[in-house]
Design a protein around this ligand. Structure first.
Ligand SMILES: *Cc1c(COP(=O)(O)O)cnc(C)c1O
Length: 492
């Protein structure tokens, strides 16, 4: 054990009793953590993508009670490596192709450290002026990079779920229900419109906003899993006739199963005609508007009242970083702003705590700002362009041989497919479940699944800076081998 770890903290007795470190000890620990980080990233590919563990295995390896006295960081780091990292699913593994794959770009790791180093709380402008202004700047850079007009501004939340929930509160306010003062009971019933392919966070937002699940109209989609505008129009008309007030239309660019794209221009026209708030959920795909040839897929989103994009997905900031853009701050402030006397500061226009539920706010803007500075918009766009090309090439090769078929059009960097068994739905599902389980158990690739048209579907999504063509080759080979080895017939 290096002697500096145990050396008493001479320069600051107060810090020593609090278990803090001297500058020298901190430097040594940061150095060890930096070495560990570099090594982890260099060799993560040698680890299985996800661990072979049962619930409780990790907890059994950890002490049952906290230590009463400080332990040396070396020992903590060793336990982290041995018992914790071995129990992680490695999102930064290049074979991670599940869900919406994401990874941490190196500059974001360093930015996360700097956020912790300054440890500020950006609740009010004056509790850390630069934190608020960096956040505004980073959000505006993102707005410019994705080609939205400067009528949009915004801020950063933890997740898209929070962003969408906050937008729904603003939409509820604008629907003219005085919930802020009177609460929900007694007001008119409200409705939210979103496609049957939209993310569960839309429904969850309706639950949390007190509208209830039954207020959510899951509008039917077409053969390419896009919301049908005429079905939306009919649902709104039906509600209006029954005295139900439409509160929000939530369109999606990049739905969760297939990354399909709702026809936003048509939906925006309906929202405008009926005076309903339009929210666009582009949590995954939004950053791809930085890729010039993808930009046309975002047509119409500039008509939205609010838009959510998650830099912590495809852009590669560390979790968490979700950007909410809006056209008008007034309904957001009207829904939640509340300043107790002890927080009055005279800069109320610039206090980000007024938008959203949380008071304390992390300095997330720094992660996005550092990432833009260190990667550049061309660099960020190039990565996404490469991912899209890799997904398209993988889809083309996947269907060669006739075993696998695409279950949806390839959209952005997401491919939905299955080994098809016409006329044998039960056998088909069994076969695909077995194929996916076999491929994932090998620990080299990790894919996920969904259901489309009532059929079990395998999903592959490219979104990690670590993923190269050879990782997709490996996944495709494993899929074809599993399909050949496993029979659709027998259960198990
Ligand atoms: C990932 C995703 C969400 C949820 O994101 P969180 O940040 O985890 O809340 C919502 N909508 C879409 C389209 C997504 O891809």
């Amino acid at each position: 054990m290096p002697d500096h770890i145990d050396r008493p903290n001479r320069e600051s007795p107060a810090a020593a009793t609090a278990g803090d470190w001297s500058g020298e000890t901190l430097g040594a620990a940061l150095g060890r953590a930096a070495e560990w980080t570099i090594d982890y990233r260099a060799r993560v590919e040698q680890r299985p993508v996800f661990p072979d563990l049962a619930p409780g295995d990790v907890r059994r390896a950890l002490a049952e009670a906290p230590p009463r006295t400080p332990e040396p960081f070396e020992r903590v780091l060793a336990d982290f490596d041995e018992h914790i990292v071995s129990g992680l699913t490695h999102w930064n593994h290049p074979g991670f192709l599940a869900y919406f794959s994401s990874s941490t770009r190196a500059p974001s790791i360093v930015a996360e450290l700097l956020v912790a180093a300054v440890g500020v709380n950006a609740m009010l402008w004056r509790t850390s002026p630069a934190a608020t202004e960096v956040e505004r700047t980073a959000v505006d850079w993102l707005r410019q990079a994705v080609g939205l007009p400067d009528t949009f501004s915004g801020l950063i939340f933890d997740t898209a779920s929070t962003s969408t929930f906050t937008a729904l509160l603003a939409a509820r306010e604008r629907a003219g229900v005085a919930v802020r003062d009177d609460g929900l009971p007694g007001g008119p019933a409200l409705a939210v419109y979103t496609s049957e392919q939209s993310h569960s966070s839309v429904e969850k937002s309706a639950i949390a906003a007190g509208l209830g699940r039954r207020s959510v109209r899951r509008i039917e989609t077409d053969a390419a899993f896009r919301m049908r505008p005429e079905a939306l129009e009919a649902a709104i008309a039906d509600d209006l006739e029954r005295g139900i007030r439409p509160a929000m239309v939530c369109a999606t660019i990049g739905t969760t199963s297939t990354a399909s794209i709702d026809p936003v221009p048509a939906l925006a026209a309906i929202a405008k005609r009926t005076g309903v708030w339009l929210h666009v959920d582009a949590a995954y795909a939004g950053p791809a508007a930085m890729v010039s040839e993808q930009r046309p897929l975002f047509r119409g989103w500039e008509a939205a009242d609010s838009i959510v994009l998650n830099p912590h997905k495809w852009l590669g900031t560390s979790l968490d970083c979700s950007v909410l853009l809006y056209r008008d701050a007034a309904p957001f402030r009207a829904s939640l702003a509340l300043t107790p006397i002890y927080l009055e500061s005279g800069n109320d226009e610039t206090n980000l705590m007024d938008i959203g539920l949380a008071l304390g706010r992390r300095f997330r803007g720094l992660k996005l700002w550092v990432l833009f500075r260190c990667a550049g918009t061309d660099g960020l766009a190039a990565t996404m362009r490469r991912h899209i090309a890799m997904a398209e090439a993988a889809a083309a090769r996947l269907v060669e041989g006739g075993v696998f078929e695409l279950a949806a059009p390839v959209s952005f960097s997401t491919v939905c497919f299955r080994a098809a068994r016409e006329g044998d739905p039960a056998g088909e599902e069994r076969w695909n479940r077995k194929i996916l389980a076999r491929v994932n158990a090998a620990g080299r690739s990790f894919l996920s699944h969904t259901e489309l048209d009532g059929r079990y579907t395998v999903r592959l999504s490219v979104g990690s800076v670590h993923t190269e063509e050879r990782h997709l080759d490996e996944a495709l080979e494993a899929l074809h081998r599993a399909a050949a080895d496993l029979s659709p017939g027998e259960p198990g």
